[in-house]
Write a new protein. Structure first.
Length: 270
């Protein structure tokens, strides 16, 4: 079986003690590729750290962008750093995660919207798909995506989806994919499972968002890429598909979105 973790954060400090072991466990579980997403203070070296990890492992790709939490820190220097890294490394296959977060409001909402729009334009200039974070901001997220990315063939993915069926359908109409994380398996997530059940498999991805959102039956433990298999298992049950088929379909979707080999990036020694 093969799977792709379409969104993880294994470059972070939570994995400093056993990063290599976590990567090895992912490979053993059939996770052939991972998209590691660099987030944090854009002036702290987080983007460089994400790219460096991807450069070291053929099974790991990188996405870089300023998270809505850090939108207030976005400036010309951050933009220049991002564009430079995108141009320097072929391992950067997406711009993100970017978007809107009205739950925590760590950055003012008007600043979030301004920085979101600016980064969508940058991603489009660099011909990269975008990785979207949207929490309690469905209407504004879709409105900005419609304004900036209508008729943009690369589109992107709404990661760790937790919005409404209407939001998912609107995003798919714009060419986006929808990615589900471990919260799909949570006991109280029946509404989210119903959304997942109604969406076309040809537009779905799976992810861990590790170290967060550890799926059942590993709740209470740190999440890691190997556990994306549990989200795949849950998604398969919703669509009446075998685990292996869900792995194949979501891996092919990932390859189509990000323009990478459909077999995943894993090679011997990676």
């Amino acid at each position: 079986m093969r799977f792709i973790d379409s969104h993880c954060h294994i470059d972070g400090p939570e994995f400093d003690a056993d990063r290599q072991e976590a990567i090895a466990r992912a490979h053993e579980a059939g996770v052939n590729s991972m998209l590691n997403v660099g987030t944090g203070d854009p002036h702290s070296g987080v983007f460089e750290r994400a790219v460096e990890l991807a450069e070291k492992h053929s099974s790991i790709y990188a996405a870089i962008g300023v998270h809505p939490h850090d939108a207030k820190l976005f400036d010309d220097a951050a933009e220049q750093r991002l564009v430079s890294l995108v141009r320097q490394s072929k391992r950067v296959i997406a711009w993100g995660e970017i978007g809107l977060d009205y739950h925590y409001d760590h950055s003012p909402r008007d600043t979030q919207r301004e920085v979101f729009t600016r980064q969508l334009r940058l991603a489009r200039e660099q011909d990269l798909p975008v990785v979207i974070h949207s929490r309690e901001a469905d209407d504004d997220t879709i409105a900005i995506l419609r304004e900036e990315l209508t008729d943009y063939p690369r589109a992107g993915v709404l990661h760790c989806f937790g919005g409404s069926l209407a939001m998912a359908q609107a995003a798919i109409e714009l060419g986006f994919f929808i990615s589900f994380a471990g919260n799909l398996t949570f006991k109280k997530a029946e509404d989210l499972r119903e959304v997942a059940r109604q969406l076309p498999l040809g537009r779905l991805l799976i992810e861990t968002d590790c170290p967060y959102l550890t799926p059942v039956p590993f709740r209470g433990k740190r999440n890691e890429p190997a556990r994306v298999v549990e989200t795949a298992r849950c998604l398969g049950s919703l669509h009446g598909k075998e685990l292996e088929e869900i792995g194949r379909i979501t891996s092919e979707n990932f390859a189509r979105l990000f323009g990478v080999p459909p077999s995943g990036g894993l090679v011997a020694g990676s």
